[in-house]
Design a protein around this ligand. Structure first.
Ligand code: GUN
Ligand code: ZN
Length: 452
């Protein structure tokens, strides 16, 4: 792959979509800047301008222009909750959370003691994300530190912005997957020193969930996060009713599930709570007050049968809870953030709430970036942001083409994509200005090396 040189400029021309505001706070039309003949100028791996094609081309006469005539150019998707080691067990039949973990997940995670296996699956996982237009992920590894080394190495090789962490887990799982409070702390600390802030990589302190960590380990995780405040923290919260009952039994002194994490200093900005389905009013309020984030993982919640996330309780309140969308592979059933938006829409429908496409696309980009505290640099098609971009073919199948011809406005066009489209719609994916995926097999690596 050829990297952009700092002096070369590339222009991607097509429909462009940029968020200017939060569509949960303002009307959809006020939340976006959309150009039907738009352009994005890229130099040095960054977006340097977005606007009407005529203006952008006139301002950058030396630029190389790549035209996407019937496409939407938007920020790459941000998947704020996924388990890369579960790639090989996606689509496993018939169980709900605790049984699913024991029957499929833990046996598969045992294999990640083998660095070669970890490397192979990390590469498969990241390439599958890129094929789906996802340029950033917040990922769980396994307990093995080598699983995190493999993941960061593979993401670094692709120039990707990712966060990840070794799972901390010292009880209620197979012996081969257990660390201890002390070992989990030390291994995570060493990984932070090795990877956090290197290139586009960030570390997430990762106690799996309250059931698989002793109080001593949650204490150690809280200490570690306090000692490294620029890292993220990720865990699971209130996904399944049996999980919640067991957690309450293991932590009888806590007021509720979130209260367990709060007690150990594991809430606040940069805390990323997966699922957050069955929450009490106190827990919703505490998430908002502490500035914690939620990863809504709708395909997983349907597939494992966990429950219906309450979007209105999370995002309809003032101030809203920071929230984004996660695939939760392999509990989730798709790598596609389009499929994830569709599942979110369907879950919201079952709660009598219609998720507007502006909100869905915002959650899948800006919202997820906010959960990861990276919204200053990724998740939007904005000048100054890293040039992580997805190019959507708006007519990727005959049915979508037919349906889109009848669309009255931008919102219908986007809604059709999130309901009907899949990886076939991802014509190209750019990471740091470099084309890393081309659906039609065009040469990778550069659109943009021969202009001055
Ligand atoms: N809770 C604890 N671990 C997991 C996991 O791997 N997947 C899901 N969906 N929930 C979890
Ligand atoms: Zn998960």
């Amino acid at each position: 792959m050829t990297l952009l040189t700092t002096h070369s400029t590339t222009i991607l021309r097509g429909q462009t979509l940029r968020f200017r505001d939060d569509p949960f706070a303002v009307a959809p039309d006020a939340a976006v800047e959309h150009h039907t003949d738009g352009a994005v100028a890229i130099a040095g791996g960054k977006i340097i301008a977005v606007g009407p094609a005529g203006d952008i081309i006139a301002a950058h006469p030396q630029a190389t222009i790549e035209t996407y005539p019937h496409h939407l150019i938007m920020a790459g998707f941000v998947d704020c909750h996924a388990h890369y080691p579960q790639t090989g067990i996606i689509a496993s039949y018939g169980e709900q959370l605790l049984e699913w973990l024991n029957k499929y997940t833990f046996p598969e995670e045992c294999k990640f003691g083998d660095p070669a296996y970890a490397e192979r699956i990390a590469s498969l996982f990241l390439d599958e994300l890129l094929r789906n237009g996802t340029t950033t992920v917040c990922a769980y590894c396994t307990t093995h530190p080598g699983s995190a080394d493999a993941f960061f190495t593979a993401a670094q090789a692709r120039g990707m912005c990712v966060a990840a962490g070794k799972v901390m887990m010292d009880r209620h799982a197979p012996d081969a997957l257990l660390d201890t409070a002390q070992r989990g702390y030390e291994e995570s600390k060493a990984l932070i020193a090795r990877w956090h802030g290197v290139d586009r990589l960030a570390y997430a302190v990762t106690p799996r969930f309250a059931i698989t960590s002793t109080p001593a380990q949650l204490e150690a995780a809280g200490t570690l996060w306090r000692e490294h405040p620029t890292t993220l923290m990720q865990t699971h919260l209130s996904e399944n009713l049996r999980e919640i009952a067991w957690t309450r039994a293991l932590y009888p002194d806590a007021p509720d599930y979130l209260g367990v994490y709060e007690r150990y200093g594991l809430a606040g900005p940069g805390a990323n709570f997966g699922h957050a389905i069955h929450l009490s009013p106190r827990e919703f309020a505490a998430l908002a007050e502490t500035g914690s984030g939620i990863s809504h993982c709708p395909t997983s919640n349907l597939f494992i049968g966990s429950g219906l996330f309450d979007m209105d309780a999370a995002r309809g309140r003032r101030p809203p809870i920071t929230a984004g969308l996660g695939t939760d592979v392999g509990g989730g059933s798709s790598f596609s953030m389009l499929a994830t938006m569709k599942a979110s829409y369907e879950i919201c429908q079952l709660r009598g709430y219609s998720l507007h496409p502006a909100k869905a696309f915002w959650l899948a980009t800006v919202g997820s970036a906010q959960v990861m505290r990276m919204d200053g640099s990724i998740g939007n098609l904005a000048p100054g942001h890293d040039a992580d971009i997805a190019v959507l073919d708006l007519a990727s199948t005959p049915l979508i083409a037919e349906r889109t011809r009848r669309a009255a406005d931008l919102w219908e066009v986007l809604f059709i994509q999130m309901i009907l489209a899949d990886d076939r719609a991802i014509a190209a994916t750019y990471v740091g200005g470099v084309k890393v995926h081309s659906r039609d097999g065009a040469p990778l690596g550069g659109c943009c090396t021969n202009a001055g």
